[in-house]
Design a protein around this ligand. Sequence first.
Ligand SMILES: Nc1ncnc2c1ncn2[C@@H]1O[C@H](COP(=O)(O)OP(=O)(O)OP(=O)(O)O)[C@@H](O)[C@H]1O
Ligand SMILES: [Mg+2]
Length: 385
Amino acid sequence: MRIDRLTLADWRNYETAEASFLPGANVLAGRNGQGKTNLVEAIGFLTTLGSHRVAGDAALVRTGADAAVIRAVVVAEEREVLAEVLINRTGANRAQLNRSAVRPREITRNVSSVLFAPEDLAIVRGEPSARRRFVDELLVQRTPRLAGVVADYEKALRQRNGLLRHARQAVDPASLEAWDERLVATGSELLDARTELVTVLEPLVAEQYAVVAGADQVVGLAPSRSIDQESEEGSTAERFAAALARVRRRELERGITLVGPHRDDVLLTINGLPARSHASHGESWSLALALRLGAVELLRHALPTGDPIVILDDVFAELDARRRVRLAERVARYEQVLITAAVEEDVPAALAGRVTRIRAGRVLRADERADEDAVAPAEAEEVPS
Ligand SMILES: Nc1ncnc2c1ncn2[C@@H]1O[C@H](COP(=O)(O)OP(=O)(O)OP(=O)(O)O)[C@@H](O)[C@H]1O
Ligand SMILES: [Mg+2]
């Protein structure tokens, strides 16, 4: 799929802005801190209802404004859709598809994108939560119904934790059992879905790693699940229930749920060594990129909307010349690629495309130059000191 037009109001540092994009490569250029990432972050928001940079929506609304609006015209299989989200600083967000009110989740089914940004290094080097988030976001993008399973699991977990925390030793066994059942039912479905996803993703990521790094290293992805114990048989639900029984006493002491999808990890390896502790900076970066490119490959075959919109935020500055060219040639095949760059010359020739310049929260017209300072020297002199 592709995005034809994006309109922003009170989003990040944009008061109002409109940008249009072509099929193929589109470059967003501008100096540091002008709004390049903010712009692509808005497209990412339509896909995940979240930002790749911050938790919560408050920072997304322009300082001083109460609500932000993102409006996009996207085209999939020649069908045009107008998707709109209103992000309230306080209170629930609202959404429209083709001018009819829908639940915000509906938007994500219609806007498919994969964004790669420097923050993604945390998927390789960071806490397990970053890897869980990567996997769960991809799960939901591929199978939107699973958003409900994730939400139900989180709700069951919160309520079970509440019970454990408040009741401690005096917990009513019957009510705990009821929450165990809910936790196991939703959690097992999530666990099975994650395991299946990691299994199909592994060869795709390995292939992309070879493309990006140009190295014949063996990349591995494996679920690391808190409910698992060696030499144990049975269904996921049975194993989950057995794990809960094992930790019951400790859970009552500590007042929290100690096993389940919320405690799991995905083990990433390069040549059999855990990437988190062993990979070099360059290897970690290549692996993070390979995870996102693997996600693109997975989604383009799984979704009726075809290729997701591929977004590369500040990627080229981090790569050496050889890897830049390899990556550029690889992603140039996708229906639409948006690339942000502070230094336009960093973008390889294979991704030459329409250049849109961004300056101080403005999308410049084609005849405006980005390198003119926001404050011209003549004006600067007039500023009273
Ligand atoms: N909610 C907000 N309201 C107003 N301004 C904001 C808001 N959130 C971020 N900004 C401003 O947006 C600017 C950052 O924009 P952005 O991250 O898009 O920069 P960039 O062009 O990608 O730069 P770089 O090349 O350094 O990555 C900062 O100046 C920041 O203060
Ligand atoms: Mg940026």
